[in-house]
Design a protein around this ligand. Structure first.
Ligand code: DWN
Length: 417
């Protein structure tokens, strides 16, 4: 189900890779363990009552002391994670607004063709085509179940993990822009990914990667964004170490609040007539993601997990009913880290049909439709999908009016109202 990962995927720091049984001279290089949640289920392995729970794998973060890339100690096989993927890009207003902002910030109105890697169900490309009908678009995504949804939106998808072959297929539209949103940190072989990117487009093509920024994870204790799909937790320093040997270079960085705080990296071919933006050096000068910072994060995250466990446990003992909202990958991490069961969290409301009437991975907590919040009217609701909290709270004012309260996990637990 998984392989062990011991060398940094950005700068190759780590022990020499030698054949089994051969004792290698110790080069003294070893990635540093900085955060460990033990054996955890796969965050999107939702199962119905008659299905076996998929495997568990170690969830441990290793830090590269040379380039500051944090990365998981194992790599779960992509076909296990993504062949039939239950996560749908959010259709929320917040996400639509983000798509509009990217359309404007990336100047898509002036472009002819866009390829999206990890295009999921085609929502973004369909949204952009609605704004510019002449835009040529192609998606690349390994999940066959999602590509059929994209097809219903008239978005063609190369059904494949992203590699050179998929890149050459998508390159038929000669893209001006290649976009990869929340994909890059799911990828194991970064060098191959960058080389495959360079197979597309021409001298002026922009390659734009949107990923969570490790600074937000550390600052906001976003421990629940650490799961097996997220193989890496990106710093600009690590990106520069990776690109140093590649045909592409980092040209610009922008920040967006989506998914708890993301950065948008614009890469270009080396030598393109573009001045590298000074902002890259500004980020490099501010980054301090070292072992001491990560170990402080680990301690604070453990305290946060204890606080939530205690709060929900006290409510259960007091006879209060508690449910959850948002069967996100994040909810799986939190539920298993807190060892919650159906006795603590009676159910989780979620608007994703592929997740409803199944169980949260690793637990006996059922996932139900959003209407259950009003039908069952529990006393408290843990907002596992905290990155959509304003939207979710706004649409559930009837629950609040009936006396319900949301528990919003964050750096500190917030009770709303
Ligand atoms: O990297 C990834 C991020 C970008 O998205 C993927 N590996 C997996 C996924 O992570 P996630 O599952 O934590 O994503 P979300 O978007 O935080 O999940 C929110 C969940 O809440 C979804 O299952 C949908 C649900 N939801 C809902 O029921 N009602 C969301 C909204 C906004 C709502 O109104």
């Amino acid at each position: 189900m998984y392989t062990n990962h011991v060398r940094c995927r950005a700068c190759n720091y780590g022990p020499a890779l030698v054949p089994e049984g051969i004792k290698a001279a110790d080069n003294g290089e070893k990635l540093i363990p900085v955060f460990d949640l033990g054996l955890q289920p796969l965050a999107n392995s939702f199962r119905s009552a008659d299905e076996m729970q998929d495997g568990f794998a170690p969830l441990k973060v290793l830090l590269c002391p040379r380039c500051s890339l944090a990365q998981l100690s194992v790599v779960v096989k992509p076909e296990i994670l993504y062949a039939n993927y239950p996560y749908l890009t959010s259709g929320s207003v917040t996400m639509q607004n983000h798509f509009d902002r990217l359309f404007d910030d990336l100047g898509v109105a002036e472009l002819n063709s866009v390829v999206e890697i990890g295009s999921n169900d085609g929502k973004l490309l369909a949204h952009w085509k609605a704004k510019k009908p002449t835009l040529k678009v192609v998606g690349i995504d390994p999940a066959r179940n999602l590509s059929s949804l994209a097809f219903q939106r008239n978005i063609g998808t190369v059904v494949s993990v992203f590699d050179k072959e998929a890149a050459r297929s998508a390159n038929a539209i000669q893209p001006d822009l290649v976009l990869a949103r929340h994909v890059f940190c799911h990828v194991h072989n970064w060098e191959e990914f960058i080389l495959a990117l360079a197979e597309m487009g021409g001298p002026e093509t922009r390659y734009v990667i949107e990923v969570p920024y490790v600074r937000e994870l550390l600052d906001n204790l976003e421990f629940d964004t650490i799961y097996h799909e997220h193989l890496s937790y990106l710093s600009i320093k690590a990106m520069e170490a990776l690109l140093a040997k590649s045909p592409l270079e980092l040209d610009d960085i922008r920040e967006y609040p989506i998914h708890g705080g993301a950065i948008l990296l614009t890469l270009r071919r080396r030598g393109a007539e573009i001045m590298r933006h000074v902002i890259v050096d500004r980020y490099l000068s501010m980054e301090d993601f070292d072992e001491e910072r990560w170990k402080r994060f680990a301690l604070d995250s453990c305290n946060h997990i204890m606080d939530l466990t205690t709060k929900v446990g006290e409510l259960a003992v007091a006879g209060k009913s508690v449910c959850g909202y948002g069967a996100s990958a994040k909810s799986t991490v939190t539920i298993n880290a807190c060892h919650f069961s159906h006795r603590h969290i009676r159910f989780i409301c979620d608007d994703t049909p592929q997740k409803q009437w199944k169980f949260s991975p690793g637990s006996d907590i059922p996932i139900v439709d959003e209407g259950a919040l009003i039908r069952e009217r529990p006393d408290y609701c843990v907002l596992f999908a905290w990155n959509w909290s304003s939207e979710i709270i706004a649409k559930n004012n009837q629950y609040l009016a009936a006396g319900g309260k949301f528990i919003v996990p964050g750096k500190t637990l917030e009770i709303v109202p």
